[in-house]
Design a protein around this ligand. Structure first.
Ligand SMILES: NC(=O)c1ccc[n+]([C@@H]2O[C@H](COP(=O)([O-])OP(=O)(O)OC[C@H]3O[C@@H](n4cnc5c(N)ncnc54)[C@H](OP(=O)(O)O)[C@@H]3O)[C@@H](O)[C@H]2O)c1
Length: 237
């Protein structure tokens, strides 16, 4: 159901919003008329993309750390608009059998995926509550709505499954407040630069047997901004 045929201009934060899918989400929100702040850890991305992305407000911050999240929201506080949209997109992807991962890698999967989302939510939701409107959209992965085991991506997949539980729990807590919380769970994403071998491997592990178009994922994110649907885990294949 459409909450508003036209959702007026909001301030949107996209974590890891300066490259790949995050950048496409940032651009789509911008083209819907929103003001977009995107985080990156990378000083090079920050300076090089600063110009290209001149309409996207880029902040150099590591949202897997409390300091990075604090700094991001300090920056947001200086803006004219209150935050209305939070897209938790940042996530690291350590690969390998579970027991081959060291503690730091495993912890980082949770810090960048679950803790970053939790810390941004903790800061953003009280600000959204003041105006009685808000959208939290967490980016997961296909399968994160279903508990199962994975080879070679267990840290990442278990963090995304935890993010599903966080999404549904927060959605229940915020029901009826004008704020919604949803999750978009993409299959392996089609992108330039993949070798044919990588393409074949990724297609073979995708539930759809093919790669997912980023435009479809972005479309789902935009729909979650524009409607008042709450508490969904939406797979995009
Ligand atoms: N690619 C796929 O096939 C696929 C499939 C299913 C789901 N997804 C999910 O879709 C989202 C976007 O995927 P993508 O492939 O576009 O991701 P990506 O480029 O690998 O990473 C997404 C962003 O996360 C940030 N990030 C990575 N590691 C981080 C860390 N340790 N701490 C803080 N930030 C970190 C990066 O920002 P900076 O490096 O600029 O700081 C990056 O822009 C992710 O949540 C991913 O899990 C991807």
């Amino acid at each position: 159901m459409m909450a508003d045929a036209f959702v007026s201009r909001k301030l949107a934060l996209v974590t890891g919003g300066c490259r790949n899918l995050g950048l496409e989400i940032s651009r789509a929100l911008l083209s819907c008329g929103h003001q977009v702040i995107a985080t990156t850890r990378d000083a090079r991305t920050f300076t090089e993309l600063g110009d290209t992305l001149s309409k996207i407000d880029v902040i150099q911050a590591d949202v897997s750390t409390e300091e990075g999240v604090d700094r991001t929201f300090e920056y947001i506080r200086g803006k004219d608009l209150p935050i209305g949209i939070l897209v938790n997109n940042a996530s690291s992807f350590p690969r390998g059998p579970l027991l081959s991962l060291d503690v730091k890698e495993f912890r980082h999967a949770y810090d960048s995926t679950v803790m970053s989302a939790f810390m941004c939510i903790k800061k953003a939701v009280p600000l959204m509550k003041v105006v009685g409107w808000g959208r939290v959209i967490n980016i997961g992965m296909a399968g994160a709505d279903n508990v199962r085991g994975y080879r070679d991506v267990a840290a990442h997949a278990s963090a995304k499954t935890a993010l599903s539980v966080l999404t549904l729990s927060l959605a229940a807590e915020l029901e009826g407040t004008g704020l919604t919380v949803n999750m978009v769970n993409p299959g392996p994403i089609e992108r330039a630069g993949l070798t044919s071998k990588e393409r074949e491997r990724l297609s073979s592990i995708s539930p759809a047997g093919r790669l997912t178009r980023s435009g479809d994922i972005v479309g789902q994110v935009i729909e979650m901004v524009q409607t008042d649907i709450n508490g969904t885990l939406s797979t995009v294949l």
